[in-house]
Design a binder for this molecule. Sequence first.
Ligand code: DGJ
Length: 345
Amino acid sequence: MPKYKFATLCLFALSLVTISAQKVADVIRPGEVWLDNRGTPIQAHGGGILYLHHTYYWVGEDRTQTNDPDKRYVGCYSSTDLVHWTFLKQLAFTDPEHIGPHWILERPKVFYNTPTKKFVLYIHLDGPGINNTDPNATGYKLARVGVYTSDHIDGPYTYIHSFRPLDQESRDIGQFIDDDGAAYLIFESRPTKGFFIAQLSEDYLTVAKQTTFIPARLEGGAVVHYKGLYYVIGSHLSGWAPNPNVFATSPTLSGPWTEMQDIAPPETNTYGSQSSFLLKVSGSKGTTLIYMGDEWKPKELWDSRYLWMPLDIGVGTLKLPAPAPWTLSTKSGVATVLSATVPSP
Ligand code: DGJ
């Protein structure tokens, strides 16, 4: 082989190695163990993202196997690129309402309130009932939210109160911050056979008013605003088991909402995941909308995985593509889905 051809071949091979090395390190891999900066699997299940001062904060349920069974835990991480996450704190909470040993803290979401400079943490607070005397009693009868505040994203958090938003049962909660900064709580209520989106009060400590009620029995609700349309997604009620998640759109947050449609081929059960959050990343070249879902393992919750994928969005259409490794530039807002064979690090 002529020398110049050999040299070109070598250069080509070298560039491939460089590209794949960069990609290996910077790739989001749906369904794989996602390690933080300590090399520990990220514990932020049923979580949400707060974007503040050019930093993303991921807050969710910490289900570490060795956790104290009397406490409930929230994992808190930060990132600037949404790929590499720095562990900030494992926040530990004690039963705030004397619910009993089987009290439930799920789907924590943190808001930042600019006027009070407080981080406001909402949790789905549940269990068999307040002051239940049977230590074995379990269940989701309480259906409330709990609210905490802190001066820092990673605590310590002070318990404020618990309540049923709009006097309705509230199970899975979601959060939405609109482009104008207004903050909303999304919550599911069984008796009304649907879910609510409600605007928070000025200090975020309570719910001020109903924005919309969507008469669809869905949980894991999440909302995003994109090119003049609001997209809401949710999961059917099947416990920890995945089901075909659906979406609807509306020109305003208060409706009218379209009929629900599947976000993925229904036989895939949303590729084995359940909706948790929709994240909009806008940059110099475009906007990526990210589906954040949980692949729950109910018997090994600590090993539940995350399915994050950039969504295919048209005008009023939304599709969750089949999971594959992908990269994202938070600067340009551009996501690139890679071939499924990109090697793991
Ligand atoms: C479905 C919810 O979305 C989860 O957060 C959790 O509450 C499970 N149900 C419990 O069965």
